[in-house]
Design a protein. Structure first.
Length: 437
């Protein structure tokens, strides 16, 4: 009797090939998704942080799979709201997912959110000690004289606390970092500001056009801490000036967590040597308006503000600042020739006060006479999910239930010679890239 194995062998081979192809095509947590979460998500989403869930293990992430798909597909998480179709797209602190990473997460969820082979799991990420200085040992550490006590229950709270660090001489800051030393889980964000020794109660000084140089309790912007944010380090040869007698205002966003909690903070400053003056002195100020009028149910209310640059400048960062009804903000350059260029646009969410720090090779170089144009939108309709009362008429004010419209900008002025050198270097690098294609 003749026995033929050909068809059976063929069928088995096809089955093995199909199974291997299917396994290769599957997206799993351990092999594909965990590395993405480690790079972009786990800094906030691990046990002990204020995030609502941990995404470190499969068991922790799996129950949230559908919600994760929805949030990353809408580019709501990670919280990075820059318009990807307009202006500069290179930032030092970009936490956003690529299109490929989003597609991987979506495919994982749509495929059943499989765990995969445990052997494929990358080594667990090690999280830095919350009390670790990323700038090295600070030359000066400023803390609150006493803890702020957050009640167990209650509305969010935005206290301003003024501290005198005892500065007796002018110094330049090379790097700085805020570390919550107590009450990490009740601190949403902190903004620090410099208050000149001659400043009194809060008021706004008007510079050119709509430039708001805020002084008093709030002061001139120094830096900001938000969930997952580390140190601010300035490029060698550039720094921020703190004058003798200056006080530091800490503006907190605090929220109750069900337990009465003391909160405190350490602001560490790494200083240039005494007597040293950096080549570039960094300035931070707001380009905004001090009048806002939102009528009930208005969904698209625009405000405009302008700031002229009297010298060539390098723009370092862009941070929209609005309140609950804030919708979006753009920053445009109007050049002396009359040409306009949109530098950045971003959606706005009040719970995420993002500062977009341009990468060194993409930071806008702006000639003298350029006018920076800040364009801001509010949504006072019932479609705005953070709007506490769409029936209210809302005007400008400091309270969260009021509104603001401004852009926080950091920049430094340059000499005409240095400006021309940098512009030519950019052009040469661009030509080199084009030739290499």
């Amino acid at each position: 009797m003749k026995i033929t194995f050909g068809p059976l062998v063929y069928l088995a081979a096809v089955t093995l090939i199909s199974t291997a192809a299917l396994a290769q095509d599957q997206v799993t947590f351990t092999k594909n998704v965990a590395p993405i979460f480690q790079e972009h998500c786990q800094n906030c989403h691990h046990v002990g942080t204020v995030a609502p869930m941990s995404l470190v293990t499969y068991e922790q992430a799996r129950p949230w799979a559908r919600a994760i798909k929805q949030r990353v597909s809408a580019r709501e998480m990670p919280p990075w709201f820059i318009d990807r179709n307009v202006g500069v797209q290179h930032f030092n602190n970009d936490e956003s997912l690529t299109d490929e990473e989003i597609a991987t997460i979506v495919k994982w969820v749509d495929g059943g959110a499989l765990q995969g082979n445990p052997a494929d799991m990358p080594p667990a990420r090690q999280f830095a000690d919350d009390q670790a200085w990323q700038i090295g040992k600070p030359d000066l550490i400023i803390s609150l004289p006493k803890d702020v006590v957050v009640k167990a229950h209650g509305a969010d709270w935005w206290p301003d606390i003024l501290v005198d660090p005892g500065l007796t001489e002018d110094r330049y800051v090379q790097a700085l970092q805020i570390i919550p030393t107590k009450g990490y889980n009740v601190i949403h964000h902190i903004r620090t500001s410099l208050v000149d020794q001659g400043a009194g109660t809060r008021h706004s000084g008007q510079l050119d056009g709509n430039v708001q140089l805020e002084v008093g309790e709030q002061g001139v912007f120094l830096n900001e801490y938000a969930i997952g944010k580390g140190a601010d380090v300035f490029t060698d040869g550039s720094g921020r000036l703190i004058k003798a007698g200056t006080k530091v205002n800490f503006q907190f966003h605090l929220h109750a967590n069900g337990t009465e909690t003391p909160a405190n903070v350490a602001l560490g400053l790494k200083l240039y040597p005494k007597g040293y003056t950096p080549k570039h002195v960094i300035t931070s100020l707001t380009v905004g308006v001090n009048e806002v009028d939102l009528r009930p149910h208005e969904a698209n209310v625009r405000s405009d503000a302008y700031m002229p640059l009297i010298k060539p400048a390098r723009l370092l960062s862009f941070q929209p600042h609005l309140h609950n009804r804030g919708k979006a903000e753009c920053l445009e350059a109007i050049y002396p020739s009359g040409k306009t260029e949109m530098l950045s646009c971003a959606r706005f969410e009040f719970n995420w006060m993002r500062n977009y720090v341009y990468s060194d090779d993409a930071a806008p170089l702006l000639p003298a006479g350029t006018i920076l144009h800040s364009i801001m939108w509010h949504d006072n309709s019932d479609q705005s999910r953070f709007n506490p009362d769409p029936d209210a008429q809302v005007t400008w004010g400091e309270r969260t239930i009021d509104e603001m419209a401004s852009a926080w900008l950091s920049y430094y002025y340059m000499s005409e010679e240095d400006f021309k050198k940098e512009v030519e270097a950019r052009k040469a690098e661009h030509s080199k890239l084009i030739s290499a294609r």
